[in-house]
Design a protein. Structure first.
Length: 180
């Protein structure tokens, strides 16, 4: 091989590496922009969503423990406020949190289901525990989506749908016991 051929091969390799580097940078910038856009979409709602999700679960727990009528009425009103806010946010976050919609919808029913099951404390506790489990998974997934600037992953959606079905099964078990 001549010096000209070696120089030509070295120049071709350098050009290929430069093109590969340029493509990597463009793709990296594009994904960084997508992450930033997704994070900014969630940023407006993340605090209210976390608060309403936590409040829905907490008021359900306290509603189950309340003994007097005034206390029950007070916590019922607080639960209603929390679940109404959660339902409102659910519709706004349907696309940024694609796949979590049904989980958010189901967890918003938790206060009503727990209150309905007060007459059967063992079922009410099972419903509450399933709701807490779903709430924890939702909270963790939403946090990751915000921190990493991405929509929910398939495995996260599967876990949430499984826990959603467990909560629904717990409530259906109570209803079937009630009909018997």
């Amino acid at each position: 091989m001549t010096i000209q051929e070696v120089t030509l091969i070295a120049a071709l390799i350098a050009a290929a590496v430069s093109i590969l580097s340029l493509m990597t940078n463009v793709l990296s910038q594009h994904s960084a922009e997508l992450r930033k856009a997704h994070r900014e979409t969630l940023e407006h709602y993340i605090h209210d969503l976390g608060d309403s999700l936590h409040s829905t679960i907490a008021t359900s727990n306290i509603l189950l423990k309340a003994q007097t009528d005034p206390a029950i009425q007070n916590w019922r009103a607080k639960a209603e406020t929390a679940k109404t806010k959660l339902k409102e946010l659910r519709t706004k976050l349907r696309y940024p949190l694609w796949g979590l919609d049904k989980g958010l919808k189901t967890i918003s029913r938790l206060p009503d289901w727990v209150e309905h099951a007060r007459s059967a404390p063992e079922h009410a506790q099972t419903i509450l525990k399933a709701g807490e489990s779903l709430g924890h998974s939702l909270d963790s997934t939403i946090r990751k989506c915000y921190m990493l600037g991405r929509p929910p992953r398939m495995d996260e959606r599967i876990v949430i749908n499984y826990k959603r079905s467990q909560l629904e099964k717990a409530y259906l078990a109570f209803q079937s016991r009630e009909r018997s």
